[in-house]
Design a protein. Sequence first.
Length: 92
Amino acid sequence: MKLSAVKPVGRVLARELAVTALLLAGVSVVVFAILYFAPGNPLHALGVREAEGVASTWPGQYAAWCAKVLQGDFGHSVRTGLPVLPSSRASA
């Protein structure tokens, strides 16, 4: 096996990973924007906007949302109040 054949595969893989990361970032912005601009915000309806420590601007809210998602915190269901995904820390 030639070493020159491995180099292009590495470049293609790096490019594909970069495109995937950009796609995921774009999808997260679109999903957040849909939820943010949708009428009937559940935080307004429940009156917990300030209690949850929600930032006043949407870029601040997006940054806080991304930080929580990266930590594995997908929030709580508005209907049941239970975590969206069970935490692995709770079972330990």
